[in-house]
Design a protein around this ligand. Structure first.
Ligand SMILES: [Zn+2]
Ligand SMILES: [Zn+2]
Length: 437
């Protein structure tokens, strides 16, 4: 595929000219051909990109964009994400969010207590009816998740299987000021995340090979630094009380969702649930509002942790890799389709061998002009896909503004290779699954 990209980038003289300004287009081949001078065709997908549905979501996006920009201004003014004004004001919303979340859980406790009281002290049918609030409380209880649910039959690495990897994880975690993980789940996503499970809130890291395999060693350190950074800075939304309250509210809104009106009884039920439904929506909206700014700040602070661990330069190029996540996703999808159509015909060789190598080669072949285009798209759209993250171009700009961090951890090639070797079995398994699935 590399040839196609080279073929798409002929010398200036042979390049097609911009329709609007006549300058030579850049990109082309596997990538979008666009004009770096006047911006023609920078974002051909803009029309397809759906307007967020509903007024609430539109307001949310607008707020997210404003917070992202305000925080960026604050953080650049104070010289980096560690600055003081970034932290001021965080306290009150976080405290309010905490109180609101506790109130949500308090309602669950009240339901349980009321149910028990009905069972114990009620007469006639009342003890029987007491089962309803008790059942509801059981459904609404805070859930801590389990490792089994988090893994969902994906390969899992434990400390004894992967001493080099876990050693590295401990080191990155300690550098950003937190502790490591209990297990590492491996999947094919162009992503990575850390989440907690169990009452004791143990951590599990999910590494998506779609991203991991295209990263340079220092970018991997930056990625891990970002993920652990979320725990080092006490990110409210990731916190136990608030995250479980969001889940309870989800359950409430599922329980109270209006039924399709098929009979008078449905209509009466819908009428009866209208008020609590509005209350649940209101509380969920408020909790979201109170944590939105905090979660954006947490992303900037996690980026700062990424820069401290892996160096500012690697943290910035990591942003570029994240910008082209869509391209990498496309490569993996095409590989899966190609493997399926090949089946039955050419049976020679195992296509899984080399899948990750091919992905990395494709990522390495993404030209600088495409990164530039994707940065401009992010700027034009002004928001990320998920509004809890600040816009990527601002995250990148913050990383490159101010005094750059030297990496605290340098992953030398030998160590990188030893870590890589511990992923070998998972890489094979997942490549086969992706291509045969
Ligand atoms: Zn032009
Ligand atoms: Zn993050």
């Amino acid at each position: 595929m590399t040839e196609t990209i080279d073929a798409g980038r002929p010398a200036d003289a042979d390049r097609p000219a911009c329709r609007d300004c006549g300058a030579a287009l850049v990109g082309g081949g596997l990538h979008v051909a666009w004009c770096a001078d006047c911006g023609w065709n920078t974002d051909p997908g803009a029309d397809a990109e759906e307007e967020p549905r509903g007024r609430i979501e539109r307001v949310r996006r607008r707020l997210a964009r404003r917070y992202g920009e305000q925080l960026f201004a604050d953080l650049t003014a104070t010289g980096g994400a560690g600055g003081h004004s970034a932290r001021s004001g965080r306290g009150r919303s976080a405290r309010l969010a905490g109180c609101l979340a506790l109130a949500v859980h308090g309602l669950t406790v009240a339901l349980l207590a009321a149910g028990l009281a009905m069972v114990v002290a009620g007469r006639g049918l009342v003890p029987l009816l007491g089962a309803v609030p008790i059942l509801l409380a059981v459904v609404l209880r805070p859930r801590f998740g389990s490792l089994r649910k988090a893994t969902a039959d994906r390969p899992v690495l434990r400390r004894p299987d992967a001493p080099e990897l876990f050693g590295l994880l401990d080191e990155v975690a300690a550098t950003v000021g937190t502790t490591g993980v209990e297990a590492v789940v491996v999947d094919t996503d162009v992503n990575a995340s850390v989440r907690t499970y169990g009452v004791r809130q143990r951590r599990v890291l999910t590494v998506g090979l779609g991203l991991w395999e295209v990263l340079a060693p220092q970018e991997r350190i930056a990625l891990l630094g970002h993920e652990f950074g979320h725990y080092a800075h006490g990110d409210t939304r990731h916190g136990l009380v608030v995250s479980t309250a969001f889940q309870s509210l989800d359950t409430w809104s599922y329980t109270l969702a209006p039924q399709e009106s098929a009979s008078l009884l449905d209509d009466l039920m819908n009428l009866a649930t209208a008020l609590p439904r509005a209350a649940v929506d209101g509380v969920a909206g408020l909790l979201d509002h109170l944590t939105l700014r905090g979660s954006q700040r947490a992303e900037y602070l996690a980026d700062e942790a990424a820069a401290r661990a892996g160096g500012s330069e690697a943290a910035a190029t990591l942003m570029d890799r994240l910008l082209c996540a869509g391209t990498l996703d496309g490569v993996l999808r095409r590989e899966a389709v190609a493997a399926r159509t090949r089946r039955g015909g050419d049976r020679s060789g195992d296509p899984a061998e080399g899948l990750w190598r091919r992905l990395a080669a494709q990522a390495a072949a993404v030209p600088a002009t495409e990164y530039e285009r994707l940065r401009r798209v992010a700027e034009l759209r002004g928001h990320s896909v998920d509004s809890t993250h600040p816009p990527t171009h601002l995250r990148r700009r913050l990383l490159t503004a101010g005094t750059p961090h030297e990496p605290r951890i340098v992953l030398d090639p030998e160590r990188a290779a030893r870590v890589d070797a511990e992923f070998a079995a998972a890489r094979r398994t997942l490549a086969r699954r992706l291509l045969n699935g």
